[in-house]
Design a protein around this ligand. Structure first.
Ligand SMILES: C[S@@+](CC[C@H](N)C(=O)[O-])C[C@H]1O[C@@H](n2cnc3c(N)ncnc32)[C@H](O)[C@@H]1O
Length: 238
């Protein structure tokens, strides 16, 4: 697989030897760092990183965005060798970023209740080459978590509080739980049930992203920003 970037900055993930765009046909057999289409247009040829696969991968529904993925990784300190339980898988975005960090000796167990979504996620995981580090389970996580001594549980599903008691059993002491809830009522219920379950160091965040524009006239933030996506609540088992 290659990543082709054209003169307009558009990115194309290409599998196979030939690639066709409005800028012509590119033969990747003869491609070096820069490839030329039969119409003479140039493309940078790169090896794709996980972020390139994430940006192009098919989605089954709502999707965790980069600002929130980064926060989950940073605020839990998840690292190489860790064992993570994730639900629901959805298209697999969070599972992929977790696996990319816990590999080569760690593992991500990701639960998805919907077989069709699981199939999309399975293909995304294979495309990213991370299938060795992710076990995709077609299972309702509210029925229980089999894994033990888990370092991190991540939940992005409706009524996450139904899973907190199972998560507590699965987590090792010091382990983290991260819960992604789009609505404030759900964030509130999340915190209440985490307290009832004696989770500690409970903290809820919302991240907003503002990109800068550099123009001849001057430098300023873009008018449009990436505003609310979800509240992320973090807690630990002591
Ligand atoms: C918003 S999506 C998750 C997106 C995902 N975290 C990502 O990074 O792309 C929520 C998913 O949870 C799944 N789901 C809902 N309840 C579930 C349950 N009890 N057990 C497992 N999966 C569940 C849904 O089918 C849906 O695919």
């Amino acid at each position: 697989m290659k990543l082709l970037v054209d003169k307009k900055g558009r990115k194309h993930l290409v599998e196979g030897e030939k690639f066709q765009t409005d800028l012509g046909i590119v033969d990747l057999n003869s491609a070096a760092d820069v490839a030329k289409s039969h119409l003479g247009h140039e493309f940078y040829v790169l090896n794709p990183k996980l972020i390139d696969i994430y940006e192009k991968m098919p989605r089954s529904g709502s999707f965790i965005l980069k600002k929130d993925l980064g926060a989950i990784l940073a605020y839990t300190g998840v690292g190489s060798g860790d064992v993570v339980v994730d639900a629901g898988t959805g298209s697999g975005a969070l599972a992929l970023f977790l696996a990319n960090i816990v590999k080569p000796n760690g593992r991500v167990y990701t639960y998805e209740i919907n077989e069709k979504f699981a199939e999309i996620a399975r293909k995304n995981i294979e495309k990213a080459g991370l299938q060795e580090y992710i076990e995709l389970k077609i299972k309702d996580i509210a029925e229980g978590i089999k894994e033990k001594n888990v370092d991190l549980v991540t939940l992005d599903l409706e009524e996450p509080w139904k899973v907190f008691a199972h998560a507590k059993n699965a987590l090792k002491r010091g382990g983290f739980i991260a819960i992604y809830t789009p609505y404030i009522e759900h964030a509130k219920r999340t915190v209440e049930v985490l307290r009832e379950e004696s989770f500690k160091s409970i903290k809820t965040l919302e991240l907003l992203e503002r990109e800068l524009e550099f123009r001849e006239k001057g430098t300023r933030p873009r008018t449009r920003m990436l505003g609310h996506t979800a509240y992320i609540t973090f807690a630990r088992k002591y």
